[in-house]
Design a protein around this ligand. Structure first.
Ligand SMILES: *[C@@H]1O[C@H](CO)[C@@H](O)[C@H](O)[C@H]1NC(C)=O
Ligand SMILES: *[C@@H]1O[C@H](CO)[C@@H](O)[C@H](O)[C@H]1NC(C)=O
Length: 422
């Protein structure tokens, strides 16, 4: 099964500054040099390292690559061009239109509350991302994302600080836990929940939330205060069997994010005759050691270890400078291959969202000189990807030779063991 991928780059990585490729479009070898049966000329040897075309006198990026392109004459957003060199001067391997697979939260309208803020990405902003939406949220110490629920499942990652989460299921079983930076949570669709920043950090908390539907809109969550403000107070009094005056101070409209005192350290769920939920809604991913692989590390969490997370799974991958990863599934500089000779290359910085539709081929390359770290989030229950290297290593060598013109020495270097990062 192939799954969809949403990627956020957590750590900064610097863009490599290299000279524009010299002597592009090198000539194809004469057909007599082609392997027997090869029916198509070999792919171009044009170098496609990430180029950062610059006007030599002004230092501004220019849409020039070797003999291709010409300097800009009109207006220019230099900062954006610097961040997206593979848009300004795409690799020659790019072709056609995949659709934008990059979103920066810096381009999201922020919803400000007292004690925090929240900004989102969904299909309205990124049409290709139909399967998942995401939210970047900030809560100061004690601030609460009020009691609410939604029609989608919610997968969350603590980017900084600590939070306390509460929830209840349809059997009346409740849940409360405190988690910290690097930990995750998951609430199935319809499960009422809340999030509150603890005093684990004096700055409060910052969060990444992912929803399993691209149409998700944070503004259309079902909030406790919004609901109660729209039920006649006499009905509330009857429902709770409480004097109507008890509702004198309920808010007239949704609170969304609001300040209050932080919860006690390690506060536990309210004692409950029904007991607590059978499988926790949190997972201490920060305490799971990362698996070292050549060129980086990887940490995977899915429903095999985090039982409730049946519709969204994730992985944290770090890529050391100069390393590269090829995945057929999963997602830095990334080229996304959409079949039919269509491929586009995107550049990502810290805080950007990337999206790869199901089954699309792609790689992630660390183009800087610091560790690249990103989280891959799939709309699935089990983390699955297929490595290009492993695929070829485990296919009859003669078939691979016939497809790609490899020689025996190249075949011998293929890896039968999955190397998530090579
Ligand atoms: C509700 O409380 C108010 C104020 O204490 C009281 O005047 C009123 O009689 C109470 N109503 C009922 C139905 O008990
Ligand atoms: C890393 O890359 C940045 C940006 O290209 C550059 O300014 C810096 O000198 C590089 N550092 C090292 C140690 O190479």
């Amino acid at each position: 099964m192939f799954s969809r991928t949403l990627l956020i780059l957590l750590c900064s990585f610097a863009l490599a500054v290299v000279a524009a490729p010299a002597g592009s479009n090198s000539a194809s070898p004469a057909s007599s040099a082609l392997p027997e049966f090869q029916t198509t000329a070999p792919a171009s040897d044009a170098p496609n390292d990430q180029t950062f075309p610059q006007d030599e006198t002004s230092g501004t990026p220019e849409p020039i690559e070797g003999a291709l392109g010409a300097p800009l004459l009109g207006g220019q957003n230099i900062e954006l061009d610097r961040q997206n060199p593979d848009f300004l001067a795409p690799p020659t391997t790019d072709n056609g239109v995949v659709g934008s697979a990059k979103w920066s939260f810096s381009l999201s309208h922020n919803r400000m509350g007292t004690g925090g803020w929240s900004r989102q990405q969904n299909v309205a902003l990124m049409p290709i991302a139909t399967a998942m939406a995401s939210v970047n949220q900030r809560l100061e110490v004690g601030a609460v994302r009020e009691l609410h629920w939604h029609t989608t499942a919610e997968w969350g990652f603590v980017l900084a600080g600590g939070i306390s989460v509460t929830a209840i299921n349809s059997d009346g079983q409740n849940f409360e836990d405190t988690i910290n930076a690097g930990d995750i949570w998951y609430f199935p669709a319809g499960i009422p929940h809340s999030i509150q920043a603890t005093d684990a950090s004096p700055d409060g908390a910052e969060l990444l939330l992912v929803f399993d539907n691209g149409n998700f809109a944070a503004d259309s969550t079902f909030s406790l205060t919004d609901w109660m403000a729209h039920v006649p107070k006499e009905v509330l009094a009857k429902n709770f069997q409480i004097n109507v005056t008890a509702f004198d101070h309920i808010p007239a409209k949704e609170l969304f994010i609001f300040p209050t005192a932080p919860p006690p350290t390690d506060e536990k769920a309210v004692s409950n005759p029904q007991g607590t939920v059978p499988n926790p809604y949190t997972f201490k991913l920060s305490q799971v050691p990362a698996t070292k692989v050549a060129g980086g590390t990887v940490k995977v969490v899915d429903s095999r270890t985090f039982k409730v997370a049946t519709t969204i799974v994730g992985a944290i991958v770090t890529v050391e400078p100069g390393a590269m990863s090829y995945f057929l599934e999963g997602t830095g500089r990334a080229t996304i291959f959409a079949s039919s000779a269509t491929a586009e290359t995107f550049d990502y910085q810290a805080g950007d969202i990337g999206y790869v539709p199901p089954s699309f081929g792609h790689y992630v390359e660390n183009t800087g000189n610091t560790t690249l770290s990103f989280m891959e989030i799939f709309n699935a229950d089990i983390f699955e990807d297929i490595s290009l290297n492993q695929w070829l290593a485990l296919t009859p060598p003669e078939l691979v030779k016939a497809n790609l013109g490899f020689d025996d020495a190249t075949i011998a270097k293929l890896s039968k063991v999955k190397q998530l990062v090579i």
